[in-house]
Design a protein around this ligand. Structure first.
Ligand SMILES: CC(C)(COP(=O)(O)OP(=O)(O)OC[C@H]1O[C@@H](n2cnc3c(N)ncnc32)[C@H](O)[C@@H]1OP(=O)(O)O)[C@@H](O)C(=O)NCCC(=O)NCCS
Length: 158
């Protein structure tokens, strides 16, 4: 596996990869990926396996709180799941966060995305407290707007 920062020439393949993250991830537009490659490449690692774009993370450092990095999307190609790709990509973001002096990486999952919740926990993220529990996962009500309850996961950086 090769991991590279998101580049303009990878954006169309990353968009197609994100489509494979349905129903939990929805691909954004070409212009969005252009912007991520242009402004946030060092926190948007892409995994390439056998010349296939097999995984990608889209994350950005907050301007409001520069000690925080928000992971917007994580997708591994269905044919390559369970092989440590998401872990390796999140690790790149973690190391970049440490270089930048950040203290926290956080992300959200939909309450029923049990695979993702298990993945974040195994990577060392912590969850909760929230407003209610589903299968032991703390969910915060309306976190992303009315009716958009989310599980919030945080990883403290040393
Ligand atoms: C969630 C997702 C990104 C995980 O990617 P992945 O490359 O398969 O994950 P990894 O192989 O790096 O696994 C990381 C850890 O999560 C665990 N994990 C991964 N998938 C799992 C599953 N379906 N059930 C339980 N645990 C799982 C692994 O066992 C591993 O833990 P370990 O290191 O203790 O063994 C992938 O399933 C995916 O793309 N899903 C669709 C899109 C999505 O839901 N994205 C997240 C939106 S919030």
């Amino acid at each position: 596996m090769r991991i590279t920062a998101l580049r303009q020439d990878l954006t169309e393949d990353v968009l197609k990869l994100m489509d494979l993250g349905a129903p939990y991830v929805k691909a954004r537009t070409s212009s969005d990926y252009w912007l991520y490659a242009r402004l946030f490449a060092s926190t948007c690692p892409v995994a390439i396996v056998e010349e296939v774009v097999a995984g990608a993370v889209i994350a950005m450092r907050s301007q409001e709180n520069p000690e925080q990095i928000y992971i917007q999307d994580v997708v591994t190609h269905p044919g390559y799941r369970g092989k440590g790709i998401a872990s390796a990509l999140v690790d790149v973001v973690r190391r970049r966060g440490q270089e930048l002096g950040c203290r926290l990486i956080y992300l959200t999952s939909e309450p029923d995305n049990t695979a993702a919740c298990a993945a974040w926990k195994s990577m060392g993220f912590t969850n909760g407290p929230g407003d209610y529990l589903i299968d032991g996962v703390a969910i915060t009500k309306d976190f992303k707007g009315p009716g958009k309850d989310r599980a919030i996961f945080e990883l403290l950086l040393s």
